[in-house]
Structure formats: C-alpha cells, structure tokens
Design a binder for this molecule. Sequence first.
Ligand SMILES: [Zn+2]
Length: 216
Amino acid sequence: MNYLRLFARSVLADLADLVAPPACAACGATFPRRLPLCDLCREHLVAAEDAPPAVSVAWEHGGSLARAVHRAKYGDDPSVAAALGALLVETWRHDGVVDAVVPVPLHPARLRLRGFNQSAELSRALGHTLGAALLFDGARRVRDTPTQTRLDRAARRRNVADAFVASPRVRGARVLLVDDVVTTGATLAALRQACLDAGAAAVHAVALARVPLWTA
Ligand SMILES: [Zn+2]
C-alpha cells in the first residue's frame, strides 16, 4: 500500500516538474534537481549568530534567503515554501522524538487573503522526515495582531500575548513549532505557552531565518 502511495507521489512529482520545472526558491533559476536553492543562492546563506531562547534557527534573514522568504510568503505559489522546508530539516538537528509539528497559524482573515499559510507549507518536509503528525490545526490565532516591525521586545510580547489557543490534540505531545522568520521570539513564546496550557508535554521551535531587532 505504501509503495503504491510512494509510486503515485513520484508520478505526481514528475508531472509537477513537467508543468513547472524545479526552480530556485530565491532567484527562480530552473535546474534539474529538486532543491530549495541553486548553488549560487545557497552560497550566500549567512549563518545566524544567535537565536531566541528555545528556538533553532540556522540562517540570518537577508540576501537570497530574504528573496526566497518573500516569494514564499507573498507569491501565489505554496510550493516555494514547501521547497524551503528542506532547509528546516537541516536546521533541526535535535535527537529527541517529535510527535506533532505545529506551524504558526495565520489569523483566518489573513489566511483567506493569502490563500495558504507559508509556515504550514514549510513544515511539511519536517513532519515527513521526523515521522511526526502535521497538525495544521494544532493552534488557532484568535486575535489578529498588528505588525510587530516597529515594536521593541516588551511591546512585542504584549502584542502577541493571548493571541493563540492550542487544540486539545496537542495534549501529551512533544510539539515542534514552525515559523518562517523570527526576531525576538515573542510570537513563538506565546504559541509555546498556548501549547503548554493545552497540556503539551514539551514544546520546541524551529524557524527558517532570523531578523535582528530593528532591521525587521
Ligand atoms: Zn538561485
């Protein structure tokens, strides 16, 4: 049964390549392999110098990665974010078991506008690799928060406090949260608290890129 499903998936992937050949998520260059970034864009990734507490993040937001994140977020193609998920698989190197992968949810109004949640698309590869359940409805954003760009650390915390409610499905689970871009980690901290309030056994987080405060 699994082989049949794998075969069907590979046929679908080949069909997808015919319609839209594999392309670099940052510059759009096409190449024959299924990779998130071309060699040139890959070379320009900059290692993150630090990370918010309890968040794994490998790269600074900027250059080719900033272009890729922008395409993943504001383009109309969810496969860009899904391809970038391979970078998250590289970022998450912990050995512990993960039961459930929960992407940072968008407010329903924003989700309707955008058509997809880029963090949900990003989390697919990680869920498959870890053998964890993909809980796209593991948490809801119950309050649409104003943009955080001009807020300092304390204001960001207040801005997202109580913005999330986690589903009872996370009870007892070792949860891994997934975000695209992280700055102070206030959003992930609020979501982490919501998961703990709902009875999650442990909560870690992974993000694709880190933006230093004030340059977000
Ligand atoms: Zn490229």
